[in-house]
Design a protein around this ligand. Structure first.
Ligand code: FE
Ligand code: CA
Length: 513
């Protein structure tokens, strides 16, 4: 082959991969022969995310066989077309283009659309080799400073495949949210077992191919696909996207850190490939900056923080496989230990100092509130293992007079609502709402009941019901509804309002509604 042709071809490939940009038809023809695909390639559905006033990220990943380690695709690049329109029938297309889906990125596609109008719905779809994807709906955020009247957020976490069906996703679609926030444990990494109501193929996810396969399988679920297709998502991970209870460069099984970081790099790469994230989030080796903010006019700011990647080693008996440590252990209150890392903490404090929003949501993985067991122990996997980071956040809200801080969380497989204050029984600074789990199994009535007696700042707890949370926001109030499934073991379980709370503008502390 002519060398200049080869290098030109190489350049075009790189340009397309790096920019995800539209190339001229001639360039495309010389760069890639149109690939024939073995089967319908949109079996992972479509998604959108990271809404800005003028744009969103459109996502898909080509998957022809969700069970296969290679997703049923050859390593050849595939030309993917995309279009976004002002109407559901895709008649008024406002932007369109083509990108390359390459094997190095798991045949995923992240299109950053710009030039859209603020605060309105759009519809989009992808095409490849004569196939068309389902049509997804998304929306842009309102303009900065816009006096927005309302916002509806649905949020969830912890969707272990084998533990139940995704009826929660079907119901949150019917709630017609403006934004969906997912707070971690999107996949679980363990090998398939015969326990549970359904089984995914495959071994433990621990390298790039096996993580990719796990996402492909989870994403084949029609209810999860419907939830991605109804509104833009904003995502944060927790531990199971990598490994149970991991933090920094170690997990519960204490592998050599260098080995663990290799695994983390594969997991982060697969996470990026499978989420509607901006290219600026793309991981570099074992590092991926996922903490960020998302604004909804002047009404709300969502700050998503990463409490896994940068956290200090587990406090008090770091080698133990057991989470619970004595509450009296001094190391857990050492101010030098951070759950977020120094850089993220100072970034967060800067956000507090500058936020223009009336409602300030902190989206994070787990339960922030202090929980001491009846026998005076705490978990070293959560905020209680890093008590001074929590204190600095509460002080930051207080000192910067942050307007209406509200915490959303997941991880603990329970619904919890409570108030956060600096001292036991003190004045509430913020309220917290942990939105249950989509499927993952929780804790017994006895355990949750015991927790609530010892920790009266937690006003509501339910570890037996699966489901999701819904936030209805106006200028005057933040209403949070815990949506509980009757039975997550049933594909079409009904849902009900398990509990309702309200936080009023300018008045810290939740009330039952
Ligand atoms: Fe979980
Ligand atoms: Ca978790």
């Amino acid at each position: 082959m002519d060398r200049s042709y080869a290098s030109r071809r190489q350049l075009l490939f790189q340009a397309a991969i790096m920019a995800g940009a539209a190339l001229s038809p001639a360039a495309w023809t010389s760069a890639v022969a149109q690939t024939r695909l073995p089967d319908y390639p949109f079996k992972a559905g479509v998604a959108s995310g990271e809404p800005l006033p003028d744009g969103v990220v459109l996502w898909t990943r080509l998957v022809a066989d969700p069970q296969a380690m290679d997703a049923g695709l050859s390593p050849a690049p595939v030309r993917v077309g995309w279009e976004i329109a002002e109407d559901e029938g895709l008649k008024k297309v406002v932007r369109r283009g083509q990108v390359l889906a390459v094997a190095e990125a798991g045949h995923s596609v992240h299109v950053e659309v710009a030039g859209l109008k603020p605060d309105r719905a759009y519809w989009y779809r992808f095409t490849a080799a004569g196939h068309a994807s389902p049509v997804g709906r998304t929306r842009t955020a309102p303009e900065p400073g816009a006096a927005v009247e309302r916002l509806r957020i649905a949020y969830g976490s912890c969707q272990k495949w084998e533990s139940g069906y995704y009826a929660a996703h079907a119901h949150l679609v019917k709630d017609d949210p403006d934004l969906i926030v997912f707070l971690g444990d999107y996949i679980y990494e363990k090998a398939a077992t015969d326990e549970g109501v359904r089984k995914h193929p495959g071994v433990i996810a621990q390298d790039l191919a096996s993580y990719r396969q796990r996402y492909a399988w989870y994403k084949a679920d029609p209810n999860l696909q419907a939830a991605h297709a109804v509104a833009p998502w904003a995502v944060m991970w927790d531990d199971h996207e990598v490994s149970n209870d991991y933090g920094g460069d170690q997990d519960r099984s204490n592998p050599p850190p260098a080995l663990f970081l290799k695994r983390r790099a594969a997991a982060y790469q697969a996470y990026y490939e499978n989420m509607p994230l901006r290219r600026s989030t793309k991981p570099v080796g074992p590092n991926m900056q996922l903490y960020r903010t998302l604004d909804w006019g002047r009404l709300a700011r969502l700050t998503l923080i990463d409490d896994r990647q940068y956290r200090a080693r587990r406090s008090c008996d770091a080698q133990s496989k057991e989470k619970l440590i004595p509450a009296a252990c001094a190391e857990r209150t050492d101010p030098k230990r951070s759950m977020l890392g120094e850089q993220q903490e100072s970034w967060l404090q800067a956000q507090f100092a500058a936020t223009p929003a009336r409602w300030n949501f902190l989206g994070q993985q787990t339960l922030v509130n202090e929980v001491i067991t009846p026998d005076q122990r705490v978990s070293n996997d959560g905020w209680d293992g890093y008590a001074q980071t929590r204190r600095r956040i509460l002080e930051g809200w207080r000192d910067h007079k942050v307007s209406n801080p509200v915490v959303l969380g997941g991880d603990v497989h329970c619904f919890f609502a409570g108030d956060l204050s600096l001292e036991p029984g003190g004045k509430p600074i913020a309220s917290e709402f942990v939105g249950g789990s989509i499927t993952s199994l929780g804790r017994s009535r006895e355990v949750v009941g015991g927790m609530m007696i010892v920790n009266p700042q937690i006003k509501f707890g339910d570890g037996q019901t699966r489901g999701y949370g819904r936030v209805d926001l106006s200028k005057t109030a933040c209403e949070v509804t815990f949506r509980g499934l009757e039975n997550a073991l049933l594909p079409d379980s009904p849902v009900r309002d398990l509990a309702k709370f309200v936080v009023e503008d300018g008045e810290a502390g939740l009330k039952r509604a």
